[in-house]
Design a protein around this ligand. Structure first.
Ligand code: PR8
Length: 466
């Protein structure tokens, strides 16, 4: 991949994921193939969240006074809010915001719903579109002004410990989600100057894109009692006192699809993990005139057999050259292709081609389902291992700031280094090397801060980011 940015834009178009020609900056059209990819990805997340969250749906519009009630929160979003000022020709008395996220839509309702400790914990989520008037350069799926798959979860608890535990639980859920998509991640606590507006702290997942820049793909926020105090979310404890609740929220966006595409793709196009591929298996008939009917019949039979076993299958019977079909489905990332010709039928075998390794294997028809299932699992494992390896190889340590700057400029990727945790020192580091601190994890061994030399409390990470 010579130029990632160009590759990414081209593949979105060629593989028919989205059409970015819609005449509003930062807003795109999901095409049918992209929509299928989106649907299967959302299904995985819904299955995970549905275990103990309830799905809801709140209105898109938020009244001005409600959005502005939490002052730190609104300060963080004020540059990004789209406003509705008119209904037809009538000027509205109260402006309405298109939700940039839904805390201020949901929490006034939570204060009506929650009365007693028996109403807790409350765990809900919704998958909706949100709007952010991004001023930074927009990019399809990566930085959009209409986030079309904003998956936001919001929880309410009776104690700070429970909210802490929920943060850990959310991290576990998101790990499971990313693992099933074979997407590698690093998890860090954002520095205080980069946390979600109104939160006590923010934990973020970042992945590495092929150009060496990181992409934030999920965040988990501990909101403490900030919003419950603003929106009066109170409950009666078992001993009859009234206390403000503790909250968390966590979310993901269209960047999930962006990372599936970017992390696994190669020079021939997409390589989709089988769990989310619109078609897991493409059947291509190899037809010669005299046996055409027989081959087509066999292809259809195999298609029904595989569909019966739960695989998503497409029989590509278009009247074009087989080579063109191979090229197209490779580009669109279908994990497996089955080629069926008259000679194979006589031998009672089919030829299966893997998209990940481009390997071709002959499989006996009698144990087709079982073999295919195994191969699909193996493809996910392979994609996962390859992606993690690539990411790990691009996390480097730096002995001093000069060296860190050099590595970032020459190799990009992620740099880890010991840091004291002091805000002034952190900002000084960012100033010196002109790259942002991504976040921190606890330091496992004793060392001194790369900048000020004091004892390092944290292992910090630096990277060029999207
Ligand atoms: C919250 N409230 O809102 P967050 N384009 C694509 N993806 C984006 C964009 C954008 N313009 N902006 C953010 N994201 C909390 C948690 C409810 C849920 C993605 O958190 O502001 C980023 O990956 O951190 C970000 O981590 C995620 O949305 C959640 O947004």
């Amino acid at each position: 991949m010579i130029d990632f940015s160009e590759w990414f834009h081209n593949i979105l178009e060629e593989a028919e994921i989205i059409d970015s020609r819609y005449p509003i900056k930062g807003m795109n059209v999901w095409l049918p193939y992209g929509f299928q990819l989106r649907k299967h990805t959302l299904k995985i997340l819904r299955n995970i969240l549905d275990r103990d969250h309830q799905e809801t749906l709140f209105p898109l519009l938020i009244p001005e006074d409600q959005l502005e009630k939490e002052s730190i929160h609104v300060k963080g979003f004020e540059d990004e809010v789209y406003w509705i000022t008119h209904g037809g020709l009538t000027k509205l008395n109260k402006k309405l915001a298109l939700r940039p996220t839904s805390e201020t839509a949901m929490y006034p309702m939570f204060s009506l719903w929650i009365r007693s400790h028996t109403d807790l914990p409350l765990k809900i989520y919704q998958i909706v579109n949100t709007f952010r008037y991004e001023t930074k350069h927009t990019r399809p799926l990566i930085r959009v002004r209409e986030i079309t798959t904003f998956k936001e979860a919001h929880t309410v608890h009776g104690t700070m410990e429970e909210a802490e535990e929920q943060v850990q639980e959310a991290i576990r859920l998101y790990k499971e989600f990313f693992n099933s998509l074979a997407i590698p991640y690093i998890i860090t606590k954002r520095p205080p100057w980069d946390k979600f507006p109104g939160s006590n702290y923010t934990i973020a997942f970042d992945t590495l894109l092929p150009d060496g820049k990181t992409l934030q793909i999920a965040t988990v926020h501990n909101l403490g009692q900030t919003f419950s105090k603003t929106f009066n979310i109170k409950f009666e404890t078992p001993t009859g006192e009234h206390e403000y609740a503790y909250q968390t929220c966590y979310g993901l966006s269209d960047r999930i699809i962006a990372s599936i595409i970017a992390v696994h793709g190669d020079d021939s196009g997409l390589r989709l993990p089988p769990k989310v591929a619109p078609y897991q298996i493409i059947i291509v008939p190899i037809i010669f005139k005299e046996e055409a009917e027989e081959v087509m019949k066999a292809c259809e039979e195999i298609r029904y057999r595989l569909e019966d076993s739960g695989f998503r299958v497409k029989l590509d019977d278009r009247d074009i050259r087989a080579g063109r079909k191979y090229y197209e489905w490779e580009m669109k990332g279908a994990p497996l292709r089955i080629e069926i010709g008259p000679r194979d039928l006589k031998k009672k075998v089919v030829v299966v081609a893997r998209r990940d390794t481009k390997e071709k294997i002959e499989i006996k028809l009698e144990n087709l389902e079982e073999k295919i299932d195994k191969i699909l699992h193996d493809i996910t494992r392979m994609l996962r291992e390859e992606a993690w390896k690539k990411m790990r190889e691009n996390i480097r340590t730096a002995p001093n700031l000069k060296e860190a700057k050099k590595i970032i400029e020459e190799k990009k990727g992620i740099i880890s280094f010991p840091w004291c945790g002091n805000e002034e020192c952190g900002k000084n580091i960012e100033e010196k090397i002109k790259v942002d601190i991504l976040g921190v994890s606890e330091a496992k061994k004793k060392s001194s801060c790369i900048n000020c030399g004091k004892e390092a409390e944290y292992k910090a990470f630096l990277a060029k980011t999207y």
